[in-house]
Write a protein that binds this ligand. Structure first.
Ligand code: ZN
Ligand code: ZN
Length: 367
């Protein structure tokens, strides 16, 4: 659900065309320290909020001040230390929880949207997100009582053995985290402006990592809040899971190209550090998915007709497949399926099944 940590390069070398602008964040990342609350522009603040038990470690929440309002973008994971970090960030910026008038969400993953309900309750602020993201909330997307069955069918169709499959199933506690998440009172569409007087914050729909992912372009400051869509080092997980409305890789690649015209902007991501060089980063990410597709075609060429699980096991993972465990395996499998589905859409692979509901789906090269 978070950006995929299994495929990030371990090198701290910054490629040509990219420039670290959040030097303190960058130093903190590599020294395993904690980045400071920072005033990025007179009316834009960056607040790190801890993510428990996760190598991503923190979400960069942003505070946007308007003439008579304050919008919090991605308040972070709902924990007591997280709440304390958010309160401290607001205090450093001369504000308080009560001053928050709006909460804007890049996407509903718990490291972004987790604390929205609590913050909205404490402040009375509205919550805004894209319509497609609202529709992906479990209350809308997963009818009660259907999750275990559809998960079981899904892992079977991917060729996962029952023993391994158990490890990949959505847990009740994981689902509960999603089920208790706040509903939005404001639905945003591509091209909208955030309701914040005195500011021009444009909403850009960047489907891929999730169906309704949004970026926010602060036009006067020329800073781009990219959520998990573009991060300086990690390639965000783009996966096709059960309940995902549609194959996400083509939309993700299109969404990358859609923001390529904003190369002048300083990028304010939700994790890691601020940087410049959006075009360079987009080119890298497009290249990364191209390489992954090439690798998958080679694996299917070697194996012959194969399930998504067989392909996943053969792909390269930065710390090796054996080190990818538990729920990470679900993310890896979902990402492989996203690429396989894209290659089917492209006419490079054929998908076959014997037609029954629980038969294994096989992929083969198109001659
Ligand atoms: Zn995230
Ligand atoms: Zn995410």
């Amino acid at each position: 659900m978070c950006p995929e940590p299994v495929r990030a390069p371990s090198s701290s070398v910054i490629p040509d065309g990219m420039e670290v602008t959040g030097q303190l964040q960058y130093d903190a990342w590599w020294s395993k320290g904690w980045p400071p609350v920072e005033q990025v522009r007179p009316d834009v603040w960056s607040v790190p909020v801890p993510v428990p038990d996760n190598p991503i470690r923190y979400t960069l929440c942003y505070l946007l001040f308007g003439d008579d309002g304050l919008v919090v973008v991605d308040p972070g994971w709902d924990t007591e230390p997280g709440w304390a970090a958010l309160e401290a960030g607001l205090a450093a910026a001369g504000a308080s929880v009560e001053a928050v008038t709006g909460i804007a969400i890049t996407h509903v993953h718990p490291d972004h949207h987790g604390m929205s309900a609590r913050l909205a309750q404490a402040s009375g602020a509205w919550i805004a997100m894209h319509r497609a993201e609202r529709n992906s909330l479990p209350r809308h997307a997963y009818p009660m009582g259907t999750v275990a069955d559809s998960d079981r069918r899904w892992v079977t169709q991917q060729g996962v053995s029952p023993e391994v499959g158990a490890e990949l199933m959505m847990s009740d506690s994981g689902l509960e985290t999603f089920r208790t998440m706040a509903e939005p009172g404001v639905l945003l569409e591509d091209g909208d402006r955030l309701p914040l007087a005195g500011r021009a914050i444009r909403v850009i729909w960047t489907a891929g990592h999730t169906p309704g992912h949004l970026c926010f372009h602060d036009e006067d400051n020329d800073v781009l809040l990219t959520g998990d869509h573009v991060l300086p080092r990690i390639s965000p997980n783009v996966g096709l899971q059960p309940h995902t409305a549609a194959p996400p890789l083509q939309p993700y690649l299109d969404s990358l190209r859609r923001i390529a015209n904003l190369d002048s902007a300083e990028v304010l991501p939700a994790h890691e550090w601020r940087f410049r060089g959006l075009d360079t980063r987009i080119t890298q990410l497009l290249g990364h998915h191209q390489e992954r597709c090439d690798e998958i075609l080679a694996v299917v060429g070697d194996l012959g007709p194969s399930s998504a699980w067989q392909v996943t096991e053969k792909l390269t993972w930065s710390r090796g497949w054996a080190a990818v465990r538990g729920f990470q395996r679900r993310a890896a499998l979902a990402e492989t399926i996203a690429h396989l589905s894209y290659l089917v859409e492209q006419g490079r692979l054929a998908r076959s099944t014997n037609g029954s509901d629980d038969s294994v789906i096989e992929y083969s090269l198109v001659a």
